[in-house]
Design a protein around this ligand. Structure first.
Ligand code: DLL
Length: 445
């Protein structure tokens, strides 16, 4: 079913006209309400009356994650604080998180775009949804939750983790739809396999997977093991959360962008020049209707391409391919965004450590694991008086053991996911030799 057919099947010319009107209103709105944008627009020499059509979007300034950081926490809000009904938070590049805010109207939009997404994925009113995205500051859990209720689903707010309990609930409640990260879908698939439960015995029919990159290879594995048709759902907190785009179950060939609300552009990652359909570059999104935190041309850092070719589902919304990678060094570990610079800022708080480190990411079974190799300082190394820092040595020396545990706790508390920690003796972590220093070994790809 199509949740909002009036918009999802709008002829392309009518869509362009709607987008142009909404963009003109948006430019006036941010000019009047957000001092930082007023200044940017003044410098670019553009005002609302210059927006004749959506094509004029290229005249507007780009917004980046650093702009949100510079105006942390609420400096880019376009409404009074009392108008805000919800905030969510995602990873920032340093110690401070990225804060996003919603008015009542934004919360309603968030529910509608997720209701659209779940309907695209095959869900129908009356079905049960097992929602295993994390609830809380992460947009995944609540975003899908409200979308599910809006569509008329029976939502089970399981949240992430506790696989044993998830297995019991899926087996006993018999939901038709599941929402989680693709890697977690694989974890559940492996659990079912271990118990000898085949795809025909599992009640699930549709899986709506996202929040991290995945491939058609993983899709085939998940579909076969769980007996589902899985689709990709994409989004980012800065724009709204999940529900920026989603694949339809009929096509499963690119995610339909809710482009009446989020206008997509693809720009060359180096030159910033606009690229055409089919060409790969950075996805840049403009929120056409958001009230609390409207963003002009937000540089997502995600690499993909667009197509406006007709789709068998009948929707006319443009589609984006699966995300190929990112332009920055952001890692996604079990659906949580982690910047190496965040880890670095935690290490800097621990006086026994040097500023040098290495990050190792690997897939342990179906789940991602991250290990931080932190180098101890010369002074602390001398004080401890050990020749080597093997696992056994760290285990047997309480000062080293304490340091490792303290660091693991700090990383978990500040960044929000558990990381393994290994200590290295001075001089062991990589140093820059003039070129770009690569501190991350990611063996998942
Ligand atoms: O991950 C929102 C979301 C929740 C999307 C649940 C889908 C499902 P953030 O935590 O702000 O928001 O992370 C946004 O995650 O810029 C991408 O790099 C990545 N990402 C999100 N969805 C996908 C996807 C949520 N389907 C960042 N494929 C984005 C690849 C994705 N990467």
């Amino acid at each position: 079913m199509i949740f909002e057919p009036d918009f999802e099947t709008l002829p392309r010319e009518a869509m362009r006209a709607l987008q142009g009107d909404r963009l003109r209103a948006l430019v006036g709105y941010v000019h009047d309400r957000v001092p930082a944008y007023r200044e940017r627009l003044r410098r670019s020499g553009v005002s609302a009356s210059d927006i004749a059509s959506i094509d004029d979007i290229t005249r507007l300034p780009i917004t980046r994650k650093s702009d949100l950081r510079d105006h942390y926490p609420f400096g880019l809000l376009a409404v009074a604080r009392g108008e805000v009904r919800r905030v969510h938070v995602s990873s920032g590049t340093t110690g401070k998180p990225t804060v996003v805010a919603y008015t009542a109207g934004d919360v309603d939009l968030f529910a509608r775009v997720n209701a659209r997404s779940l309907a695209m994925a095959g869900a129908e009113p009356g079905m049960m949804l097992h929602n295993a995205y994390g609830y809380g500051l992460f947009t995944g859990g609540l975003g899908i939750h409200y979308g599910g209720e809006r569509l008329g689903l029976n939502v089970v707010p399981v949240s992430g983790g506790m696989t044993e309990r998830q297995m019991t609930l899926i087996t006993d409640f018999r939901p038709e739809v599941i929402t989680c990260t693709p890697s977690y879908a694989l974890t559940l698939a492996t659990e079912f396999l271990k118990r000898g439960i085949g795809p025909d015995e599992i009640s699930l029919r549709f899986a709506v997977l996202g929040a991290e990159p995945w491939t058609d290879g993983m899709r085939a594995q998940i579909d076969a093991a769980l007996g589902v048709k899985s689709v990709n759902i994409y989004g980012l907190s800065e724009i709204i959360g999940p529900g920026v785009s989603c694949e339809c179950v009929e096509g499963r060939d690119g995610s339909h962008i809710m482009e009446d609300h989020f206008f997509p552009e693809i720009l060359d990652s180096e030159s910033g020049e606009p690229l055409g359909d089919g060409e790969e570059g950075v996805l840049v999104l403009t929120t056409l209707t958001k009230e609390a935190l409207p963003l002009l041309r937000y540089w997502t850092g995600d690499i993909t391409s667009l197509t406006r070719a007709p789709c068998p589902c009948g929707r006319t919304l443009a589609r984006m391919r699966l995300i190929k990678g990112r332009t920055d060094d952001m890692l996604i570990i079990r659906g949580v965004n982690v910047y190496p610079s965040q880890i670095e800022s935690v290490l800097a708080r621990v006086p026994e450590l040097s500023p040098h480190y290495r990050i190792v990411v690997r897939r342990d079974g179906t789940l991602d694991g991250i290990c931080v190799h932190a180098e101890v300082s010369d002074a602390f190394f001398r004080e401890v008086g050990r020749a080597v820092l093997s696992q056994e040595v760290v285990e047997s020396d309480h000062r080293l053991r304490d340091l490792r545990e303290r660091l693991a706790m700090l990383l978990r508390d500040i960044i929000g996911i558990a990381m393994a920690v290994e200590l290295l003796p001075p001089g062991e972590a990589p140093r820059s030799e003039g070129g770009k220093l690569n501190r991350v070994t990611d063996s998942r790809r």
